[in-house]
Design a binder for this molecule. Sequence first.
Ligand code: PNS
Length: 160
Amino acid sequence: MDPVFYPGSFDPITYGHIDIIERAIKVFGFVRVVIMDNPKKSTLFTVDERIDLIRECLSPITSNFEAEKHDGLLVDYCEKTGIYTAIRGLRALTDFDYEFQMALTNKALNDKVESVLFIANVKHTFLSSSLVKEIAQFDGDISEFVPPLVAQKLKAKLII
Ligand code: PNS
């Protein structure tokens, strides 16, 4: 089976991401979770904090993953590692345009790149890191959306 990676911002990782990772591990055996480091995109957590959160949240569940960062184009990650299959989650129709555009752009840049889309669990169709940050900012309850460690780190970040 071809190795796969899961690119994203993961700012921060949510139960939606974790669901996709667990299901992708069932299908592919092992998943590399890759934070695409874009210095122009403002994020709440640094790239290293996001990697630590991914590792700490996934380690109790599975050892069939690796978390790393990549600075540059997705196709460059593929060339660098020899891993050409990217998995992504599709929450709702509103995600489709964006995912379709990314998949076709990556294919145009390098024909070897394949995109595999997992349909998000219905429980997570509305869930996004941005909304979780917004709820946390107003001290709302995010316990259904992110693991306790992420909730704790979010609160700590937002209080400072
Ligand atoms: O979690 P996100 O923010 O929806 O993930 C988007 C991401 C990081 C996968 C996408 O922006 C990406 O692949 N960035 C790397 C830069 C790149 O290759 N851009 C051109 C391909 S569309």
